[in-house]
Design a protein around this ligand. Structure first.
Ligand SMILES: [Zn+2]
Length: 379
């Protein structure tokens, strides 16, 4: 009995060793196959790409020149942000860049809430949008001031599902344009600084305490912000919609998936939420990778780069190249990537080429048809 037990033990060990060997061979083969299916760092420059979220608010040419040199087209977005130039000026600057570089610098407009309480607000906004669309604007952006800052004459916060917006959103849809919306904030905004998941949120909310909702418990909750946005979409199911900043659902792959399932005309943009996505990758890489593969038609590559009056060209160039290359490495390779927003490195997703083609270009060409004049779209 003793001998046969020992024999069985030896056999089990042998089988176990054999399995281990098989597993490691399979993994090596998988990695080799994945590599063949994925782009490399050497492909970055030559592939045609679109960054669907930048803010070029001056006559500066740094962003444009760097985009051209790296085969990027851009969507230059206007926003009703206090630090940005007044709306008319923003749109005029963007329209000028578009006229000078129609193949490269598509642009979006926005509107303000000025005169909200006076009769005819929506008609005046529609009048302005009509002119902006004539100049070539392909989209309209709403910002987080709706829901978090702006109030009506009675002191109530104005929310995105307010019926007063309905004619404006209907007009955008009828004109074949796209609504881009930054609604709410990352969930970190409702947490103390030391509980936030990424360094960029910690820095932003340290510098902008007025938007740090953890400090303002009297303000609506995170869930309420999301609900107002979703109510608006439920009322406007056919409106082409990009939920920028990963729909402010950056903390949960499940929530992002639920959102896309519920609203078939909505897409997500990655602007300033790469680090949150990478944080989730550190927790469960397979889950994040599967999400990008499943929703490959619904996600847009975007950065949120800004160029304004105080921009130092060399600093912007360095920043843009660092971000573009880090993002490319993360999406295309399985290497470890060190990003400033996270304290430890993240392993890249090594997504298949066809997924990258969609996230980096084809989805933008479909969602913003003919936005970049003279650049041949592939569809
Ligand atoms: Zn932005």
């Amino acid at each position: 009995m003793k001998i046969s037990n020992r024999l069985i033990f030896v056999i089990i060990l042998a089988i176990a060793a054999d399995c281990t060997q098989k597993t490691s061979t399979t993994t090596e083969q998988d990695t080799a196959a994945d590599t063949a299916k994925s782009y490399t760092m050497a492909d970055f420059k030559s592939l045609r790409k679109i960054d669907t979220h930048v803010h070029l608010n001056t006559d500066g040419k740094t962003m444009i020149n760097l985009a051209r040199a790296n085969n990027f087209r851009l969507l230059n977005i206007s926003v009703d942000v206090p630090d940005f130039p007044p709306m008319e000026e923003q749109v005029a600057i963007k329209a000028k860049h578009y006229r000078e570089n129609p193949e490269l610098m598509a642009f979006g407009t926005a509107f303000t809430l000025q005169g909200w309480d006076e009769p005819g607000w929506a008609d005046r906004v529609i009048g302005q949008l009509t002119k902006d669309f004539e100049m070539g604007a392909n989209s309209v952006k709403t910002w987080k001031n709706i829901g978090m800052v702006a109030k009506d004459k009675d002191g109530n916060l104005i929310t995105l599902d307010d019926p007063k917006f309905d004619p404006v959103f209907t007009f955008i849809k009828e004109q074949g344009k796209v609504l881009l919306s930054h609604a709410g904030e990352p969930k970190n905004c409702w947490l103390p600084l030391d509980s936030m998941t990424v360094n960029n949120d910690r820095n932003y909310f340290r510098e902008h305490p007025q938007y740090h909702m953890y400090l303002h418990p009297e303000m609506p909750s995170y869930e309420e912000q999301i609900e107002h946005r979703n109510n608006m979409l439920a009322k406007n199911p056919y409106l082409p919609f990009v939920a920028v900043h990963m729909a402010s659902l950056e903390w949960s792959i499940e929530e992002e998936a639920k959102f896309l399932d519920r609203f078939p005309n909505a897409s997500l943009d990655l602007a300033e939420r790469m680090s949150h996505t990478q944080y989730l990758t550190q927790k469960d890489r397979e889950k994040v990778r599967n999400f990008f593969i499943k929703y490959q038609d619904r996600i847009l590559y975007a950065t949120d780069f800004q160029e304004n009056k105080v921009t130092v060209p060399s600093e912007l160039e360095e920043h843009m190249m660092e971000v573009w290359l880090n993002d490319w490495k993360y999406f295309n390779t399985s290497e470890m990537v060190k990003v400033p927003q996270l304290d430890s490195p993240v392993q890249g997703l090594a997504l298949p080429k066809q997924v990258i083609d969609k996230i980096y270009r084809l989805n933008a060409e479909r969602i913003f048809p003919n936005a970049w004049k003279g650049a041949e779209d592939s569809q």
